[in-house]
Design a protein around this ligand. Structure first.
Ligand code: SF4
Length: 308
């Protein structure tokens, strides 16, 4: 069995930069992270150990934290929410990814130009909430089935940054089909690291039928990677850490693909890669033992494989 790694995977620059900022904060106990910094339990545990407080995601995120400082995560927040925090006297440590800021700015520009906003993304995701809280009239479209005919004759479309490009294309086609009366303006706000990881997983799926996807269970881009693997007919194992790997999953598997979401740390990926390699050895040993007892003439062949 070989393990093939996707050519692009793991932590993106937005998450990496946000993590770097947290590392230089001298007094974490005075800082509340406004939601999950990244959807990665390992990172969250480390931050809690350092003393950071954390407000919940989504609805619970709306409460004003009681610490003097509030750290805005890479997913960003609305201008409205920012103003509320500043009004409450909070110091803001802003780690919003520049590509999320681009999505916010695109939405506001379309809004100001009089377009009715259609946001392709997950309605309950904090990034989408941050974008839509600054809009008055909008719809969030998780897929093409959600598309309707809209009254407005000017429709502006943007995407959650981690939207698969193929999904965005389907939704745009549905909007155009159901709204022939409307002028439609699309701004591509899918981030480049997401595009790179999605392209890499397509290459990976040309080579493997089983894929291990590493990343938080609440991580949108990780779930999208896993979903794409399933759509292409692969057997998918979505895990958060190497401890979750089960050797039985790989019985009879010759080659396995490895990919990871943008909030997965390099050390987590390496641990999974190493563990997969060890499982490979165990499976090989079982096979060799079987060969010894039943097919002694095959031993030479297995020895050659071990040396490769
Ligand atoms: S996934 Fe994209 S938008 Fe989100 S933090 Fe990473 S680079 Fe930024």
């Amino acid at each position: 069995m070989r393990v093939i790694r996707a050519s692009a995977m793991g932590v993106c620059f937005g998450v990496r930069d946000a993590l770097k900022i947290t590392e230089i904060i001298e007094h974490p106990v005075q800082v509340t992270v406004y939601g999950e910094l990244v959807h990665n339990p390992l990172v969250q545990n480390r931050m809690q150990q350092r003393g950071f407080k954390q407000s919940g995601e989504r609805e619970r995120r709306k409460a004003i934290p009681d610490t003097a400082a509030v750290l805005i995560t890479a997913h960003g927040i609305s201008q409205r929410r920012k103003a509320e925090l500043l009004l409450a006297g909070k110091t803001l440590v802003d780690t919003t990814c520049p590509l999320v800021k681009k999505a916010h700015a695109s939405a506001v520009r379309l809004r100001d130009q009089g377009y009715y906003l259609l946001v392709i993304g997950q309605p309950d995701h904090v990034e989408v909430q941050g974008i839509t809280e600054d809009l008055y009239r909008f719809e969030v479209l998780p897929d093409a089935k959600a598309v309707k005919t809209y009254e407005s004759d000017r429709l502006g479309i943007i995407c959650q940054t981690t939207t698969p490009a193929a999904l965005a294309k389907q939704v745009r086609a549905a909007v155009a089909q159901m709204n022939p009366h409307a002028e439609i303006k699309y701004i591509d706000t899918i981030c480049q690291p997401t595009k790179d990881r999605q392209a890499a997983v397509e290459d990976l799926l040309d080579q493997v039928k089983t894929v291990v996807v590493v990343g938080g269970i609440h991580s949108n881009n990780t779930r999208q990677l896993a979903q794409r693997c399933r759509e292409r007919g692969a057997v998918v194992h979505h895990i958060q850490s190497s401890e979750e790997l089960n050797p039985r999953w790989f019985d009879g598997v010759d080659v396995v693909g490895l990919t990871a979401g943008t909030s997965t740390l390099p050390e987590t990926i390496e641990a999974v890669y190493k563990t997969l390699g060890e499982m490979k050895s165990t499976a090989g040993a079982a096979e060799r033992e079987n060969s010894w007892h039943c097919y002694p003439h095959k031993i030479k062949r297995h020895e050659r494989i071990d040396a490769a």
